[in-house]
Design a binder for this molecule. Structure first.
Ligand code: MG
Length: 303
């Protein structure tokens, strides 16, 4: 296996993880979670989401969270926005980077984002242009890149079309989401190979869920295919609302363990991430789903 010398991890636990929590985590705990994660060496910690509070009550305190953290030099704190109103709120709270989210699946886009793919891209075009005028960095997400709960298979051409469109609209980076975690290693590599013909592979990230236990294998497969950025969440936080009983994101420490053992540099301290996971798991009142965190915390409960 050919792995790169260095990769970047985008920590999505405070947003993608906590958004999928059944309960609402206190604002002070969210702020401490982000600050602790940023102290582990992570370069990017996705902080929150400026979407409608009635749709995502778990992140209704987005402005308090973003203004409450202690930004560390060199760490980026992107926030999700869905529209102009979200961008206004994010700017007001001092955001320097936003993320917008489209889907490669038409039925998913219609049912879960409230509009079809082309409509959503058009709307994001305006948001991205405004964000760039404010010198914000913009990350794009494409969901359902390996399969969709409504349409089943998602053609690679559809993923390529949405990814290319997001770059053309002005995204600096596009993250490919296997939102239901159904992809497998060769499928991910083939997808990256097709995308590499039209977009710069070093501007792609992968966001591969662990629902079927494939998150780590698929992420390593993406690295082998040339990707250098992966989204993960501390402790494996984050359910998957479209696959009942499933785990969500690949755990940051599970990926870090594999990379450290393979000599791939991330700049992130594995034992510090595990201790943040241990602390967060106490706040949430349940053990982490991360296999690495469970193994280490069982040996040494204090991390
Ligand atoms: Mg996710």
């Amino acid at each position: 296996m050919q792995l790169p010398e260095r990769v970047r991890i985008v920590e999505v636990g405070p947003r993608d993880g906590l958004q999928n929590e059944p309960g609402i985590v206190p604002t002070a705990v969210k702020i401490a979670f982000i600050d602790r994660l940023a102290a582990t060496g992570l370069e990017v910690v996705e902080a929150t989401s400026f979407v409608r509070a009635d749709l995502v009550p778990q992140l209704a305190d987005a402005a308090e969270v973003l203004t409450g953290i202690t930004p560390r030099p060199g760490v980026r704190y992107p926030v999700l926005v869905a529209n102009d109103r979200g961008l206004d709120r994010a700017l007001e709270a001092g955001a320097q980077e936003i993320a917008v989210f489209a889907s490669a699946s038409e039925p998913f886009s219609e049912r879960n984002l409230g509009r079809g793919i082309d409509d959503s891209l058009e709307r994001f075009g305006g948001v991205i242009r405004r964000a760039r005028r404010h010198d914000l960095r913009v990350r794009g997400y494409v969901s359902m890149v390996c399969g969709c709960p409504y349409q089943g298979e998602v053609p690679t051409e559809d993923v390529a079309r949405v990814t290319t469109a997001l770059f053309e609209l002005g995204c600096d980076e596009v993250s490919l989401g296997d939102t239901i975690g159904v992809g497998t290693a060769l499928q991910v590599q083939e997808l990256i190979e097709v995308l590499s013909r039209t977009v710069l592979v070093d501007r792609l990230a992968v966001h591969l869920h662990d629902t079927y236990g494939q998150g780590l294998a698929n992420t390593l497969a993406a690295f082998e295919a040339g990707v250098r950025i992966a989204d993960t969440s501390a402790g494996g936080l984050g359910g998957c609302p479209f696959a009942a009983g499933a785990t969500g994101n690949l755990a940051t420490e599970d990926l870090l363990y594999a990379l450290e053992g393979s000599g791939v540099h991330t700049g992130v301290d594995l034992s510090e991430v595990i201790s943040v996971t241990g602390w967060m798991s106490e706040q949430l009142g349940r053990p982490p789903v991360s296999r690495v965190a469970r193994a280490v915390l069982a040996r040494n409960p204090d991390g």
